[in-house]
Write a protein that binds this ligand. Structure first.
Ligand code: F6P
Length: 552
């Protein structure tokens, strides 16, 4: 893969492709630890209580200097400040990217888009707060006089993944309401939810930035009909609220304005859980938890805005990714939260990162001359160890991994937590250290294996090691640290946009499928394929689906 012809990119490629001064390979990690007992101290960084350890990567002083040079050449600081100030950094949609304003304190207008945005944000927050208190206190009740016990959020993509992730991460036995989420248009999802909710006690939020997303609107109509069956046509909407930028569409759907919680078009879907899109969180977790989550994100914003590049966690996380993707040619990354409560973090990061960074042209429309966003996948540990970690340890290509560890659990089973952490640490230790032929031979001999067996199994039992990982360590998982963590990844994505010269805030790549689905839907409704429209495979599959459906 080529690279831009600039001094900084040339220095980066030199650092990634030529041996180090001591002769070691530029992608080796073990020699860095052997040569520098203080490597952990020098390559781990803090923002408040959150620690980022990038020492288990091949980034050395030469690579770090090249990466920081690249950040300076790309104007990362100016781009960050311009984003925060409210410039239209989302240039292909002529929009601002002001998710930081959603968690800025009242009165903090500098670097958050100005007074009008602050007034919008705090006006909506005040309404969300009052609504949450009224629902919890019973002043707002269902049409039959019962209190709301469940909140059902209907939304998809950024109007679903952030809230789902946050509820799973932060719900606790004292949480005031149960949150459920309907994302997919697949009716099987709705059927599974139906068993858990009673229309008389369920508050329904239709979460859609555009209020036109086909799947969300289909689900919203379905659920409105379900409410109407019990409550009556005229009272169904009294159990609904809308979270959107499209106020006319909310009104057309029948949701009264006092139940519409707006946000500005300066908030991207995948950055929106801090806006009214987070109302299900406030209801399910309590207002205090929601505010603490915002405060955690704000703390990370402050760190991001004020900390020099060389100690700035989002910048360092972005540079580490760039090192792996462009320096070492690694196009995949695993996200491994060692905390079951973070089980939807990988899904959220898939959208946040791949929708933002899966781009092949620069902001000004030229082809990007190098790789951009990697494929992101993940699962909580230790479960991941029993599924895909085989490939990460012994597959032909390294897969950089993010380990997310939480020091203190919120349950009383200390031994379980010790086991969990031991495995999390063991994975990154094992990826780094590997196991060589001598170690395997010695182990097998000690276990009584004969020489023939040892030699036959040797290649299978060797671990190459020198495989990179980063670790993020949180003292506890609670709303504040969770807010910090999510904002860390948001800013990482923005920084990578600047480094790669791409727009991380648009998502044109999702449009084609939406366009093509419309005629297919019409053909499925009419049960008459229009062969001229499609390729032979799509025609064949359509005919087969219609045949199988008709048989049934
Ligand atoms: O189709 C992708 C997308 O536009 C995402 O960017 C967005 O988060 C999701 O759809 C949902 O959009 P909306 O909130 O407008 O329904």
């Amino acid at each position: 893969m080529s690279h831009p012809d600039t001094d900084a990119w040339t220095a980066l490629f030199a650092a990634a492709r030529t041996p180090r001064a001591d002769g070691t390979a530029p992608d080796s990690i073990r020699p860095l630890f052997a040569a520098d007992p203080a490597r952990f101290e020098r390559f781990s960084f803090r923002a408040d209580n959150l620690l980022l350890d990038i020492s288990k990567t091949a980034i050395d002083d030469r690579a770090m200097a090249a990466l920081l040079g690249l950040a300076r050449e790309a104007g990362v600081e100016a781009w960050r400040d311009s984003m925060a100030a409210g410039d239209a950094v989302n240039s292909t949609e002529n929009r601002r990217a002001l998710h930081m304003a959603l968690r800025a304190p009242q009165g903090a207008q500098r670097a958050t888009g100005g007074a009008a945005v602050a007034a919008d944000v705090h006006g909506t927050l005040a309404r969300m707060h009052a609504f949450t208190q009224a629902v919890h206190g019973g002043a707002i009740r269902g049409a039959t006089g019962e209190r709301f016990t469940h909140v059902l959020n209907i939304g998809i993509g950024g109007s679903d993944l952030g809230p789902v992730m946050a509820v799973r991460a932060l719900v606790n036995p004292a949480s005031p309401m149960t949150a459920l989420h309907l994302g997919n248009v697949d009716g099987h999802g709705w059927r599974a939810l139906l068993a858990q909710i009673d229309p008389r006690r369920t508050l329904v939020l239709v979460a859609s930035k555009t209020f036109t997303t086909q799947e969300t609107m289909a689900n919203a109509r379905l659920v409105k009909g379900w409410l109407a069956e019990t409550l009556g046509e005229d009272r169904a909407a009294t159990h609904m609220a809308a979270l959107s930028t499209n106020l006319p569409a909310c009104a057309a759907f029948g949701i009264p304005s006092e139940r519409v919680f707006p946000f500005g078009d300066y908030v991207g879907g995948r950055f929106s859980m801090w806006s009214s899109i987070g109302l299900s969180l406030a209801l399910a977790l309590g207002w205090d938890a929601f505010e603490r989550m915002l405060a955690g994100a704000r703390a990370m914003d402050t760190h991001f805005l004020r900390t020099p590049l060389e100690a700035n966690l989002p910048v360092l996380l972005a540079l580490t990714e760039l090192w792996h993707v462009n320096g070492l040619g690694l196009s995949r990354r695993a996200v491994l939260p060692y905390d079951e409560r973070l089980r939807r973090l990988p899904a959220h990061l898939q959208q946040l990162e791949m929708e933002s960074l899966g781009k092949r042209v620069t902001v000004d429309g030229r082809p990007v001359p190098h790789a951009t966003g990697p494929v992101v996948f993940g699962e909580p540990g230790t479960s991941a160890q029993h599924s895909f970690m085989q490939l990460v340890h012994q597959g032909p290509e390294p897969v950089p991994a993010d380990f997310i560890l939480v020091a203190q659990p919120d349950h009383p089973w200390a031994e379980n937590h010790r086991i969990l952490l031991a495995h999390g640490l063991a994975q990154s230790e094992g990826l780094l250290a590997g196991k060589n032929a001598d170690q395997v031979r010695a182990e097998m001999r000690a276990a009584g294996a004969d020489d023939a067996t040892i030699e036959r199994l040797l290649p299978h039992r060797i671990f190459p090691g020198d495989r990179p990982s980063t670790t993020i360590l949180l003292p506890r998982l609670e709303p504040h640290s969770f807010g910090q963590l999510v904002a860390l990844y948001e800013h990482k994505v923005a920084v990578l946009g600047a480094l790669w010269g791409i727009n991380p805030f648009d998502q044109w790549g999702v449009e084609l499928g939406k366009q093509l689905a419309d005629p297919l839907l019409a053909e499925l409704r009419a049960t008459t394929p229009e062969p001229a429209r499609h390729d032979a495979s799509t025609n064949g599959l359509l005919r087969e689906i219609l045949r199988l459906r008709d048989e049934a």
